[in-house]
Each structure stands twice: as C-alpha cells, then as structure tokens.
Design a protein around this ligand. Structure first.
Ligand SMILES: *[C@@H]1O[C@H](CO)[C@@H](O)[C@H](O)[C@H]1NC(C)=O
Ligand SMILES: *[C@@H]1O[C@H](CO)[C@@H](O)[C@H](O)[C@H]1NC(C)=O
Length: 431
C-alpha cells in the first residue's frame, strides 16, 4: 500500500502543474479545480468543439457526473447531472430532440431525460431489454453515424453482450445482435466503427480485478460477431484496466481511436484511476492493439498523437550506486534488495515536474522500490508502480524538485531475494 508520504511527494499539490499537458495512464488526473476527476465507467460525446465526459461519481454515491474539455486534457467539473444514486456506468445518448442518460441500477437499465445536455436530468423509465426483459449488469453506448442510430450495449446476466437500438422515444428497441454465449462471459462493452467494420471491446468478468480485454468484430451491427482476441499482451491484463468506452477523434490529419479504461482500486472506490490509450486498428485483419505510452496526448483538431520530449536525461552510467549493484555492459544497474542508485545534479525548473523513471522489475510481487528526492527525511514506496514499470520500461512520477541543477533522486530496492530492479536512468520531462 502507499504511504501518506508517497501521496505528499508524488502527487504534489493538486493542480500544481497548472494546466494538464499530458494523459498519463494510471496516474491521478486532476480537474481544472485541482480535484481528482471522478467520472468512472464513463463515456464521452463531442458537441461543437467541446467534449463532455459523463461517468459515475464515487464521492456522490455513484451519481452521474459530467466534465467538459476542449483538449481532452483539462476537464472542468460540471457537477452531478441528476438526483439519482447508484446508477452505474452512465452513458449519454440523443435519439431525438431530448438528451438522455442510460445507466444500470439494480441490474436493470434506467433512463433519464433532460431538455439540455448539461443538468436537469430526471428519471424516465426502468428499461427492460427485449427480447425477454433481460436484466443486465453493464451499460455501454455506440452511435452509428451511418444510420444516425444510438445503440445501448449491455452485458446481460445470462452472459451475452447484446446490442439494442434506442428508439426515437427513448425506449429500447429490439435486439440488433448479441455475442455468442459460447465465446465466454463478458461485460463492460464499448464499440467503435472503422473502415466499415464494427469493433466491440469487452472485458472478462473478474470483479474489480483487471483481465485481458478482448475485441470482437462484425461487418454489420446485426452481427454475427467473431473474434475474441486480446487487445494488449495477455499478461498485462489490459495494462491493469477495464474497458468503458471507445472515443473516435476525427482530425484534419488523422483519425485516432481511443480506448478509455478504468484502473479500478480493489472496490471501485475513490483511488481508481483512468487508463486511456490510442488504439492501433487493422480493419483488414480486424485486430485492435492498444498503443502503450506512459505519457501522450492527441490534438483534437488534427487527430495526431504526440509524446513529450525530455529536457534532460540521466543514464544509469552517470549515477552512483551502492551495495551489490553494478553497472552492466548495457548500462543497466540491477538493484537487489538493499541496493540503491543516486542521480545527482538533476536539473529542473522548480515546482512539480514529471520525471520518468526508466526501470523494469523482476519478480514484481516480491519487493518494493523506494524513492527519495533531495533531503526528504523518508523514502516513498512506489511499489504500486511496479506493474507499470514493465509496460514501456518507464514510469512517470510527479516530483517536487528545486529550481536549478542540484537535485538528487535516489531509488532503492527492498524485498525478497530474487527481486531485482533494472534501472536504465531517469528523464526530466519538459513542462
Ligand atoms: C491512482 O493513482 C494514485 C496516484 O498515483 C495512486 O496513489 C493510486 O494507488 C492509483 N490507484 C490505483 C487503483 O492504481
Ligand atoms: C555536481 O555538480 C557539481 C558542480 O558542477 C560538481 O562539483 C559535482 O562533482 C557534481 N556531482 C556529481 C555526483 O556529479
């Protein structure tokens, strides 16, 4: 578990960055008021140049909460949208002149309606799913622009994911299609369309624990669905996240498909984070692969994805090491329990700055990595980041550094024999 010290040192002061410049999968994400964004199991719609992110708010007893942004980075909290609680995975739809929210309550779909996009939603109806008034557990939403139809995606309790058109009066229409029950039990459905192919992304049913999410494809919304291949390396469990929605950003230069995942804590609570990643989509082979970046963003106008450059790089070869640690020929320092590595004369602009720790761990579960910055009296345990170390061999942490070139950053390893931390270096990311 993370110590209080970890929170102080790594999260720095909320909003300490001022503007948010990067999407950092799995890290805490703050809104424009400096509060952690609280919109889990959500989805996004774009109106004009503005994106609206609607999700379930843990701090408001699972009420639907909305945020808005024009850059997909800096989100303003527009507040709770209806006086309803325990409405899970709320998703927005607009099948007619009114504005709708569909979510799951008591294992049925509930619909809310408002005359405006933001605020004023009131309960409309408990929704029973054709063909047999199925109950279900999760809500997804897909808008098919070729037919201007909204589709409610649900994972029914009899273990199929099904797709139902939403009628113009807001009721749920006949079943368009459903996944084969033989393909396994799935939940958390999301969908997007590329090159005439419908891509349905689903999660396995493992509670709050992450699993390898899968993709199914069809050439028609009416199915049949085939596939079931992983969207990320199987052992990474979708980078420790679960699908909630797929967002298409159509820019002037590129179309970027974004996987929106939730990184749940052990109970879907307040320390859950978000993992958003661009997807590499092959419409011929009908595959989807998450493109893992530890920090990235997409330009909503051009659709182009970019990653930050580093203002200063400190390879392990310039660091001092203690204990048994030795620099191998590949300039990687391998820390065994008890060893540490110190980077001196690290230059920063002062205040909070992202620093990428370039490392990997062997036997993840067997040890902890601790981090000391400057003359902090106590180390902070960053063991919770061990799994992220493996994804791209880099983990961004938000550090409070002094202005100038005299910062020191130390990493140490503790744990059982066999635990090893392979450190390549650190990089200070441009603000
Ligand atoms: C979310 O991020 C914060 C800050 O890094 C961290 O303390 C917390 O453990 C993360 N939650 C999960 C579920 O990983
Ligand atoms: C840090 O910089 C100072 C001043 O340039 C230098 O004297 C010192 O040797 C450097 N320390 C390390 C560990 O490189």
């Amino acid at each position: 578990m993370l110590s209080a010290k970890f929170l102080v040192a790594l999260l720095a002061a909320p909003g300490a960055f001022g503007a948010t410049n990067w999407i950092v999968p799995g890290a805490a994400w703050y809104d424009t008021a400096g509060k952690k964004i609280d919109a889990h199991g959500g989805g996004i719609v774009k109106r004009g140049n503005t994106f609206y992110w609607l999700g379930q708010s843990v701090s408001n007893n699972i009420a639907p909460q909305m945020y808005s942004s024009t850059d997909l980075l800096n989100w303003e909290n527009l507040g709770v949208q209806a006086s309803i609680t325990q409405l899970w995975r709320p998703k927005y739809a607009k099948p007619n002149g009114e504005y709708w929210i569909f979510g799951q309550q008591d294992r049925y779909a509930d619909s809310l309606v408002s005359s405006s996009l933001v605020g004023g939603y009131t309960q409309h109806a408990k929704v029973y799913l054709p063909p047999s008034s199925y109950s279900y557990s999760d809500t997804g939403m897909f808008y098919d622009d070729s037919t201007e139809t909204w589709y409610l995606l649900t994972s029914a309790d009899h273990n199929v994911v099904q797709v139902n058109a939403i009628n113009s009066d807001g009721s749920v229409g006949t079943r368009a299609s459903h996944s084969q029950s033989s393909a396994g039990a799935y939940e958390a459905p999301g969908m997007f369309k590329a090159g005439g192919v419908y891509f349905l992304i689903v999660s396995g049913k493992t509670g709050w624990r992450a699993n390898p999410n899968k993709v199914f494809t069809a050439s028609s919304i009416n199915g049949p669905w085939s596939g079931g291949s992983d969207i990320a390396p199987e052992n990474e469990n979708t980078y420790n996240s679960q699908n909630t929605f797929e967002l298409t950003v159509s820019g002037s230069q590129a179309t970027t498909y974004i996987y929106m995942g939730d990184e749940w804590d052990s109970s879907g609570g307040a320390s859950s984070n978000y993992t958003w990643l661009p997807m590499s989509v092959n419409t011929g082979a009908k595959t989807v692969t998450l493109q893992y970046y530890s920090m990235w963003k997409v330009d909503p106008n051009t659709g182009v994805v970019s990653t930050p450059s580093s203002s200063a790089k400190y390879p392990a070869s310039v660091a001092s090491v203690s204990g048994r640690a030795a620099i191998s020929t590949r300039s990687i320092v391998s820390l065994s329990p008890g060893d540490e590595i110190t980077f001196s004369n690290v230059t920063a602009t002062g205040g909070t700055q992202w620093v990428k720790l370039l490392y990997d761990v062997r036997n993840r579960e067997d040890g902890e990595v601790h981090l000391f910055v400057n003359n902090e009296p106590k180390a902070t345990n960053i063991a919770a980041l061990n799994s992220r170390a493996g994804y791209a061999l880099e983990v961004p942490v938000a550090l409070k550094l002094n202005e100038g070139s005299e910062n020191t950053v130390t990493l140490s390893a503790t744990g059982r024999e066999g635990f090893a931390v392979q450190v390549k270096g650190i990089e200070v990311v441009e603000n």
